[in-house]
Design a protein around this ligand. Structure first.
Ligand code: GTP
Ligand code: MG
Length: 636
């Protein structure tokens, strides 16, 4: 057998004793009834497995029990099948579990199959013809309309070759399961093998797996190592979607594992107890009340589910609507997964549906947007769905969350996000890891930030602005940090706010000082004004203030910026009036004594020491009030 062989899973379906297991054995040579009790009682109790290689296709058979008490076992097997082999006994025709199994196949949207009328050796040809007519009528309007209906005998072998031919034809048409997606294996059996330890089996519904790889067991979300793989009774180096697969696991005891758990790609998914779904009720069911308790079957898992109807108060037979299912224990499901609902008691199949959001939030009762949102999840393109998820998640979305919630590959998420970003519907806030937010979420947050800053200014007129941390706490506490950063950046870039260090303020806002700061500022100004040209030591003035050095320096900066003080050199500062006074002195000197100004004359004129005279003259040179000529100045 080569790896390129097509793998197709065939499930039997049909009423008890109609010859399903006999037919599987006649086709494959393997008796699928493996349990002692099954052999003794002559009925199937649990799932059985067998294989048949036909011209490049490997058929993996999942043989199910027909007994009405074991429908739950049947449900654990039917979840992974690609085509159904509906078995109807020629001597009994259609019976209750023929209907129930067929309903289940329709609800699960099994896309194709064929019908075998068994025990052909027991009935006259005209009876067989009658049963055929009944079957044709029965499947009319369903996925089996026009499917092959073949009379066979598991006992004499009559019709088996024709059945194999049709099986091959239908199997070739079947769409292969996708090996390129994430690995998922719902567990239908777990046992211990001497010398190997724990082995689990299941139908590999997507992705692939190799020995030594890490996988995750759900629930309880535990990482395990694959020690070895078997498929079709042989050790294999790789198992891929569509194969019946046995996985030998390291690091887990048999008691920890049960049917209904799943092995999946590690680090991708989250178990859920709350999911949104499209639900359809069978025409044969009774009206479903809101919040009815049901049995929920998905993959190999079975849970109790409360069905909260969305947009409807009850669901009539044959009708569909959206619902939120609340489970008693977590499961691992993804959008697109189909499930079956059975009445709580007595237990009969009443409907089924498809998962739309596996990590659904609680919805407000009667929320008008929920139905629209779920319509998008059900029918929208990948971009529409991503946009809807982003809109419903005002705090921002990250890649891992999108993958966990959709089952999409990373590349698919990135591609869709890029398309939405180009169309202006999504903002990509970070590429690695990918974080995004809807355009709407961005607008809402920038508005909220602006309002919060305004409100802060109003209540804190003397503070320069709000700290980033406080702003985030008030306006964006639950938003992802990337979202807050981007919104703040947007406001700054559009010059609506100013961000200075840690402080955010409305753009153009005057700095409001604390009362003690305003006082200190005035004190500096007064001191320099009073001093005139005989300025005090700057450091001394600042040291005397009632505020600490850092704030004193800031106040000095403000005075310089306001041009109240004039900086002549690093530690020499004059009041604006003193400089004006100096200009007057110089022009009077020029008028009265001429333009030449030796340094001693300057000192005499101004009354300042040499220490200050030189930097002040250099300042005047720079200001083009004087010009240095030799040791003297010329007043310009
Ligand atoms: N004469 C005749 N007997 C058959 C044929 N197929 C099955 N039987 C008999 O019918 C009985 C039931 O057959 P099974 O194959 O166990 O039926 P099943 O559908 O697997 O039954 P469950 O798994 O319990 O639902 C057995 O005694 C079989 O020997 C057939 O084609 N001809
Ligand atoms: Mg059987």
């Amino acid at each position: 057998m080569t790896q390129s062989m097509k793998h197709v899973i065939v499930g039997t379906a049909g009423h008890i004793d109609h010859g399903k297991s006999t037919l599987v054995e006649a086709l494959t040579g393997t008796n699928p009834d493996r349990l002692e009790e099954e052999k003794r009682r002559g009925i199937t109790i649990d799932l059985g497995f067998a294989f048949l290689d036909l011209d490049g296709v490997r058929l993996g058979f999942v043989d199910v029990p027909g007994h009405e008490r074991f429908v739950r076992n049947m449900l654990a097997g039917v979840g992974g099948i690609d085509l159904v082999l509906l078995v109807v006994a020629g001597d009994e025709s259609i019976k209750p579990q023929t209907r129930e199994h067929f309903d289940i196949c329709r609800l699960l949207e099994i896309p194709r199959g064929l019908v075998a009328i068994t025990k052909a050796d027991l009935v006259e040809p005209d009876v067989l013809g009658l049963v055929r007519l009944e079957v044709e009528e029965f499947v009319r309007g369903s996925f089996l309309e026009g499917a092959p209906i073949i009379g066979v005998s598991g006992r004499t072998g009559a019709g088996l070759d024709q059945l194999k031919g049709e099986l091959l034809r239908v199997a070739l048409e079947a769409r292969a399961k996708d090996s390129s997606r994430y690995f998922r294996l719902p567990i239908d059996r777990a046992f211990a093998m001497k010398g190997f330890g724990t082995v689990v089996t299941g139908t590999l519904v997507s992705g692939s797996v190799r020995p030594e790889e890490e996988v995750e067991l759900f629930p309880p979300q535990q990482r395990l190592r694959v020690r070895g793989l078997h498929s079709g009774g042989k050790a294999v180096e790789r198992a891929e979607a569509g194969q019946r697969t046995a996985v030998n696991l390291a690091g887990v005891e048999l008691e920890k594992i049960e049917r209904g758990m799943a092995l999946v790609a590690p680090g991708r998914f989250q178990p859920t107890e709350r999911l949104d779904a499209g639900v359809t009720l069978l025409p044969s069911a009774r009206t479903l009340k809101n919040r009815a308790r049901t049995h929920f079957h998905q993959g190999t898992a079975e849970r109790i589910a409360e069905v909260v109807l969305l947009g409807e108060t009850q669901l009539a037979p044959g009708q569909s609507c959206f619902a939120q299912l609340r489970l008693d224990h977590p499961v691992l499901v993804l959008p697109g997964d189909r499930f079956i609902l059975r009445q709580f008691s007595p237990v009969i199949t009443i409907g089924g549906g498809v998962v739309l959001d596996s990590l659904a939030p609680r919805h407000r009762a009667g929320s008008p947007t929920v139905v629209k949102h779920l319509e998008t999840l059900e029918r929208g393109s990948r971009e529409d769905i991503l946009a809807a998820l982003a809109t419903a998640e005002p705090r921002g979305l990250d890649l891992s969350r999108i993958v966990a919630r959709t089952g999409w590959l990373e590349s698919e998420v990135r591609e869709s996000a890029a398309k939405l970003a180009q169309a202006g519907r999504l903002r990509i806030l970070s590429e690695q890891p990918l974080v995004a937010a809807s355009a709407e979420a961005m607008t809402n947050l920038t508005n909220k930030l602006r309002e919060t800053i305004e409100a802060f200014h109003k209540t804190n007129p003397l503070l320069p602005g709000i700290s980033k941390e406080e702003l985030r706490g008030r306006a964006a506490a639950s938003a992802r940090p990337e979202l807050f950063q981007a919104a703040l950046h947007d406001l700054a870039a559009s010059k609506q706010v100013t961000v200075a260090g840690d402080i955010v303020q409305r753009a153009g806002r005057e700095i409001a000082l604390l009362p003690e700061e305003a006082g200190a500022k005035e004190q500096i100004e007064k001191e320099f004004e009073r001093a005139g040209l005989t300025v005090p030591h700057l450091a001394e003035v600042l040291a005397k203030l009632p505020v600490e050095t850092k704030r004193a320096q800031k106040l000095l900066q403000i005075l310089l910026r306001e041009k109240v003080l004039v900086k002549v050199s690093d530690d020499l500062v004059f009041h604006r009036r003193a400089i004006e006074q100096l200009h007057e002195l110089l022009s009077r000197y020029k008028r009265e004594r001429g333009e030449r100004l030796p340094i001693p004359a300057f000192k005499e004129l101004t009354g300042i020491t040499r220490k200050y005279a030189i930097p002040l003259l250099e300042f005047l040179d720079r200001e083009r009030v004087t010009r240095r000529v030799g040791d003297e100045r010329v007043i310009l």
